[in-house]
Design a protein around this ligand. Structure first.
Ligand code: ADP
Ligand code: MG
Length: 253
């Protein structure tokens, strides 16, 4: 029996738009499970990013509640929320938000130093281990502008997981990458998931979605379908692709 890590109840999010309300999330119910690589798919504008922001407390939902483990996070005061997010959640986005005048290693170290339970030496050691595992250690002293998009995104993932978050949120992490860099970043996400990292990824790229073991389809702010898959395995990719594509056509993708 898998453990629920994040639970959303009656989640609504609307935006005021020229005098009318745009109801983007509509009474959405969702539980995420520990160890899963959950993928949210859906057409552009279906509310995927809005859902990710609401679940991760980057943005407050209009109503409804979100609990992480047994703690309700909706309604926490901003300061407590910021500390909670920094400790429990990691984030990766389509655009690589690295600090341009810091080296890749320094970028990875910065959030690590906010963890008061670790010495600077321990943080540096973990950063180096991550960079070795992610195959970017040779580029550690370069600036983000001096590495490939794939290397920069892998450094952004290293930075996102340096504090061992309970859940990693990724919004279109391969959206700005070419095919080779996409595969590198996806392999990395599969690796860290195999090592126990829970992931919630939003994507409209089928190749990225194949990495998930649970796929959820969002349309007009409602979940209209989901499918379970075995953990990703290179050997069965073709079969997996057929399965996922046929599910996506049933969803009118
Ligand atoms: N900050 C915002 N202000 C107003 N409307 C927004 C905002 N963010 C998203 N929306 C609207 O919410 C809908 C869903 O957007 P989004 O969650 O970004 O979709 P997706 O990520 O699936 O492409 C769109 O109609 C978009 O215009
Ligand atoms: Mg989006």
């Amino acid at each position: 029996m898998k453990k629920v890590i994040l639970k959303a109840e009656k989640l609504c999010k609307s935006f005021a738009n020229d005098g009318y309300q745009n109801h983007v999330l509509d009474n959405l119910e969702l539980s995420l499970y520990e160890g899963d690589f959950t993928v949210i798919m859906g057409s552009s504008g279906s509310g995927k990013s809005t859902l990710l922001y609401s679940l991760s407390a980057m943005d407050a939902p209009t109503s409804g509640k979100v609990c992480y483990m047994d703690k309700e996070i909706t309604g926490l005061a901003e300061k407590e929320l910021a500390q909670f997010r920094a400790k429990e959640f990691g984030f990766v986005f389509q655009q690589v938000h690295l600090v341009s005048n810091l080296s890749l290693l320094e970028n990875v170290l910065v959030p690590g130093y906010t963890d008061k339970d670790k010495s600077a030496k321990e943080v540096k050691q973990r950063a180096m281990e991550l960079m070795v595992k992610m195959n970017i250690v040779d580029a550690k002293d370069r600036l983000p502008s001096q590495v490939s998009g794939g290397e920069a995104q892998r450094a952004a993932i290293a930075r996102a997981v340096i504090n061992e978050p309970g859940l990693l949120f990724a919004d279109e992490p391969t959206g700005a990458l070419n095919r080779k860099n996409t595969e590198e970043v996806l392999s990395l996400l599969s690796d860290i998931n195999n090592n126990g990292q829970s992931i919630l990824m939003v994507t409209h790229d089928v190749r990225a979605a194949l990495r998930g073991n649970r796929l959820i389809y969002l349309e007009d702010g409602k979940i209209c379908g989901e499918m379970e898959l075995p953990p990703y395995d290179e050997k069965n990719v073709k079969e997996r692709e057929i399965q996922v594509n046929s599910w996506l056509s049933a969803m009118h993708w």
